[in-house]
Design a protein. Structure first.
Lengths: 337, 271
């Protein structure tokens, strides 16, 4: 016997959660793109989206965010640190790859200096993931040893029912249980079957790729130049990626007052590593693409024991020149380690 | 921090002497700062820049930083006046383990604007001179004017417990230049310090480091006795913003101080 949430109760759930002070967020389709956005009623959700264009990352690590403010009067400088937002949220209908991406970045934002902006949002957000029953040609979670129903980073996992009338509920964490207490009476007991999961064929052999990347000799391989020839350095892949975390600080204001912002940055940009002297350690686009792949599958796992990729496939799906991690790792799979 | 003194070192190169405004920050600095560490200095409205702490760990009442005026932040820092306040975060990174150098001969090799990090180590050692053997400093710049810390070069030249070898690149000499002319690695090879019981500390532009490492190898130095400091572009200083890494090594966390052995294990193309 499992608990079931029927789709026609969702409107009620949204109302309950909103009443309890939670902002409800879910997959929403706008005119030209889809994203995770605030919803007010069940009809706002679009569960037909295979994967929203924008990843969940921006809800925890916004594209731009004020960190502190300053005011200067003569010789007095007054600063105020902006506190991380305390808004309580529930993301209903996250994709498993997106939820995994958050868990992947937790150790990064937590080591050495703990980023309160990230963790405050993580702690105040309940993530309700819906297992995928549809996938497209770009999905590659299985290649990363994840699955359409991975529970990593999720507080609750929902499995769509075979009759498409609701979801089986698997509460995974206390945070998830707490949020579902609000709607406990709206859940039913049932024995319906879950719909079959999306079939996501394995696109490359991850272990073979990692072995090749770990061989120092391959760092200077001509492969990098060949595979990245098309890259125009636009940075889309890094911005859409649920795990890419590079950022920059910029001051905005004048001599007397302003704010310091943390903005997304990208290892694809030529100025990213440029020294003032003009020396640039990663001076070519191929060096920058190599950094991106190496970082995700060699450096990051070396530090945090997890690949910095959850297989969402956005880097390939939305690349303007049709490149992406999939193509690169597929090519690496065929090389001798 | 408050600017309490400033000094022009070379055309476009300036040193600021800074004092802490907040006793707790000063105490933190005193507890944590060791030579080789860096800080992020900035001006509100402009941003932050990364420089080493150029003052030694034996003098912790203040911080000195030396920089070349070249970008947005350094231009504003360069025009800042005595009494002005600037921002500082740090100290970050690892350090030169100078207690491991006790009883050994030291050779410092430095080029251009890279003397400031070396100078922090030099004074940290000279302030406890009796703990070290022979001290040799090889320093070069493009032109005579570009030599920084000229007053300290004079001081080191006068000391009989320091051997100072100065050089400028060919064409950079002035009519009254009494020292050497030639690139730092070449001059280093001519000075031919013995690798016996000797630690080398080198810092300079990437191309100088590259050739100096080759020269030191020729002279017989073991890679584990050669220390350098890598100064990559940084924003956060705490291992998150993603730009300072060379291969898997984050310069802000695992560096900036590395032995030549560690540097040789890094992917050379990304240095």
């Amino acid at each position: 016997m499992t608990r079931i949430l029927l789709s026609d109760k969702l409107d009620n759930c949204v109302a309950r959660w909103r009443k309890a002070g939670l902002t409800v967020i879910g997959p929403v389709k706008k005119e030209t793109s889809s994203s995770y956005a605030t919803v007010e009623k069940a009809a706002d959700f679009d569960f037909g989206i295979v994967l929203p264009d924008r990843s969940i990352k921006g809800l925890f690590f916004p594209q731009t965010e004020p960190m502190m403010g300053y005011t200067i009067k003569k010789q007095d400088i007054a600063t105020n640190d902006f506190a991380p937002p305390t808004e309580k949220r529930i993301i209903f209908g996250a994709r498993s790859c997106d939820a995994s991406g958050l868990a992947i970045d937790d150790p990064l934002f937590g080591w050495d200096y703990k980023d309160d902006f990230w963790f405050q949002r993580r702690n105040e957000t309940v993530i309700v993931t819906i297992a995928c029953t549809k996938a497209d040609d770009f999905c590659m979670c299985t290649s990363l040893k994840l699955a359409p129903d991975s529970t990593k980073g999720s507080d609750v996992l929902l499995r769509p029912l075979q009759n498409n009338k609701g979801w089986l509920v698997e509460e995974l964490t206390d945070r998830g249980r707490e949020a579902f207490k609000e709607i406990a009476d709206l859940l039913l007991d049932g024995s319906e079957q879950a719909a079959p999961l999306a079939v996501v064929p394995e696109k490359f052999n991850l272990d073979a790729c990692v072995a090749w990347l770990k061989n120092p000799e391959n760092f200077d391989s001509t492969f990098w130049k060949e595979i990245s020839m098309r890259c125009i350095g636009c940075g889309s892949c890094t911005f859409l990626c649920p795990t890419c975390h590079c950022f920059d600080f910029q001051d905005e204001g004048d001599t007397y007052s302003g704010i310091r912002r943390k903005n997304w940055d990208s290892c694809s940009f030529s100025l990213f590593t440029m020294h003032t002297s003009g020396h640039n350690p990663r001076s070519t686009q191929s060096a920058r693409w190599r950094q991106r792949i190496m970082h995700k599958f060699n450096y990051f796992p070396g530090k945090f024991s997890v690949n910095s990729c959850s297989g969402c496939g956005r880097c390939t799906r939305q690349c303007p020149v049709d490149m992406g991690i999939t193509e690169t790792l597929q090519a690496i799979s065929t090389l001798k380690p | 921090m408050k600017i309490v003194d400033r000094r022009d070192e070379a055309p476009g190169v300036r040193t600021l002497k800074l004092e802490f405004q907040n006793p707790a920050d000063h105490e933190h600095f005193k507890q944590t700062f060791r030579t080789g560490m860096f800080g992020l200095y900035g001006v509100y409205g402009e941003g932050e820049s990364t420089f080493c702490v150029a003052s030694p760990e034996t003098r912790k009442d203040y911080i000195e930083c030396t920089f070349r005026q070249s970008g947005r932040v350094t231009s504003v820092l360069a025009s800042a006046d005595i009494g002005d306040l600037i921002t500082y975060r740090g100290p970050y990174g690892n350090r030169f383990p100078i207690e491991n150098f006790y009883g050994k001969n030291l050779i410092f090799v430095s080029g251009g604007i890279a003397l400031p990090p070396t100078r922090s180590v030099i004074w940290s050692c000279l302030d406890q001179r009796e703990k070290f053997g022979k001290v040799t400093i090889v320093y070069g710049a493009r032109t005579v004017a570009d030599l920084v810390y000229k007053h300290e070069l004079e001081e080191w030249e006068k000391r009989d417990d320091v051997d100072l070898v100065l050089t400028v690149d060919p064409g950079g000499e002035s009519p009254d230049w009494k020292h050497r002319v030639g690139f730092v690695p070449t001059v280093l090879e001519q000075a031919a310090p013995s690798p016996e019981n000797c630690i080398a500390v080198i810092c300079g532009p990437p191309i100088m480091i590259k050739f100096t490492l080759i020269s030191l190898k020729k002279l017989g130095f073991d890679e584990t006795n050669v220390y350098t400091t890598l100064e990559n572009r940084m924003k956060c200083g705490v291992g998150k913003c993603g730009r300072c890494n060379v291969g898997s090594v984050y310069v802000c966390k695992e560096g900036p101080v590395f032995t030549a052995a560690e540097v040789s294990r890094m992917p050379q193309a990304d240095l």
